[in-house]
Design a protein around this ligand. Sequence first.
Ligand code: ASP
Length: 573
Amino acid sequence: MQHVGQRVRLGGWVHRRRDLGGIVFVDLRDRAGIVQVAVGPAAPEDVRRTAGGLTGETVVEVEGEVVARPGNMKNPELATGDVEVHPSKLTVVGLAVTPAIPVARAKGEELPSEELRLKHRHLDLRRPEMQANLVLRHRLLQRARRTLTELEFLEIETPILTKPTPEGARDYLVPSRVHPGEFYALPQSPQIYKQLLMVAGLDRYFQIARCFRDEDLRNDRQPEFTQIDLEASFVGPEDVLGFVEAVLVALWDEAGQQVAGPFPRITWREAMERYGTDKPDLRYELAITDWTTQVGPLGVPFFDAALKNGARVRGLAVKGGGGTLSRKDVDQLAETAKQLGGSGLAWVKRQGEQISGSVGKYFTADTLGALGIGDGDAALIAAGPDRVTSPVLDRVRQEVIRRLGAQPTATHAFAWVVDFPLFEPDPETGKPVFAHHPFTAPHPDDLPLGRKSPFEMRALHYDVVYNGNELGSGSIRITDRQVQYWVFHQLGLSDDEIAKRFGFLIDGLNSGAPPHGGFAIGFDRVVMLLAGAASLRDVIAFPKTTAARALFEGAPAPAHPADLRALHIKVEP
Ligand code: ASP
C-alpha cells in the first residue's frame, strides 16, 4: 500500500489475462511475485488495444500509477493484492507462442509429467515454487561460503579436466584431441587436489565443487552434483566434525530451522546392528534386536535352515503391531523382504490368548515375552547372514514406521556415524575394496589387525546423517607413505600402477605432509531437504533424468563424424 500514488515502470510475464468486456486485468509476474495491471475505459486507446491482444507468457513493459483497489476487489492471497497498476504505457517486448506446458495453474491442478517439465525447463523454472527453490539454494550457498570464510577457510578451485580420483564410481572420460589415445577424467571429487593443497601449506580449503560419477541409474542420484568440499591441516576428527556441524547448523538456520551441535554419535557397527543401515532415521526408536539365542531352540524350520550356516535371527518388536499391522501389511512386508534377496520375513502377533502368524504355532506367551512381545504386539523376524537381513530389516523398519504413522521423537535427528570399516569385501571376489576412498586413514588402534584381518580394521571415517539421509562423509587422511602403499597393495595395485595413477599424491606425501582431514557435504540433498522438495531434480536448475539424460538440451547426443575423427575415436555400433 505504501506505493499508492507512485508512478512505476514494471517488466514481467503475462501470467493470466481476464477480459471482462469493459476492463482487462493482466496478472504480471516476475521473480518477486505477481501484480495486477487493470486496463479500464480510462486507459489510452493503444494500451487498451495491446492489452486486449496479450497472450499468456508474453513479456511486457508497463508504465503507470499504483492505485488502491476498492475494498471488495482486494485479493488477500496476493502480497500485492491491495493495489493494482493503471497503465499509461504498455509495450510488448517479447511475444510468446502458446507455452508447451502451462506456467499458471488453477488451484489443485496437477503438474505436467516430469518428462515434459524437464524438456521445457525454461517454462517449468518460471513456476514460483521452482524459483523459491533456487532462491533458497542461492541463500544456502552464500551462507556456506560465509560460514567457512569466517572459519578462515580459503575458497580454491581445482581442475575439472583431471586424472581419475577414485570414489567408488566410474569416471566420465574426456578424450584429448592433441594427445591421441589419451583421456582426461572428470573429477569424482577434488579429493587428491585438496590433499595436495594441504601439503602445499594452504591450511584450510573449501570449494563448492561439482563432482561427476558415472553410476548405474538410481532414483536419488545425479551424475553431476555439487558438494561443499573442505579440508584442513593439523586437525583430528573432532576438529573436522566441529567444522561440519558449524556449516550444517548455519544452513538450517538460513532455512529458518534451529538446530544445535554437537550431534550424537553412533558407531557403524551399532548402526548396522540396531537399524540395519549406515544412515538410520533416528527420529524413531524402533530398533532391531538379536533373537538368535531365544529363538534358536524353538525348532522353527524357517530359522533352523539359516542358523545351520552360522547366521543370526534378528527382528523388530512392533509395539501395538498386533492390532495395527494388518494381514495385508505383513504379506506386503514379506514380499518386500523377498525382493531384497532375503529368504523372506516371518511374523508373529499376540492378541490376548491368541498367537498367530507365519511362525505363530512355535511360540507361547512366555517365549514371546522373552523377546519383549507383549499383548497386542507383533514381531517381524528375519534369519540369515547379516548382509542379507540388515537391508531387509532396514526396509521393513522404514515401512512399519510409515504404515503405522509412527510419531517421531524429534524433528531433526542429526547424527555422526563413526568407526566405519576401512575395507569391504568385493561381493564377487571377496577381495578387499575400499569402503570410501583409498586415502582414508586406518584407525591407529587397528593397525596391528592389518596383517591378519584387514576387514576388521576401522577407519578414521565419519558420515553425517539426518532423518535417514546421508548428508556427507569425510575422514582423516593417510599421511604416511608406507601406510598409503600398504592400503594400495591391499586393494591389489602393483607399485607400477600406484606410480602411474597416484604418483603425484605419493610425491606430495614424500615432501612434508601435515596431518589433515576433511569432509564433503552433499549440497543438492541439503537443499532438497530444506526446501521440502520431493526430488533432487527440483532444486537443480538443469538436472539429468534418472537415465542420466538432459532432456532440455538433449544430451548426450551422437557426435559429428568429423569431431570424432579429430578425437581419434571410432564408435563401434
Ligand atoms: N572425497 C569424499 C567424497 O566425495 C569426501 C571426503 O572424504 O572429504 O565423498
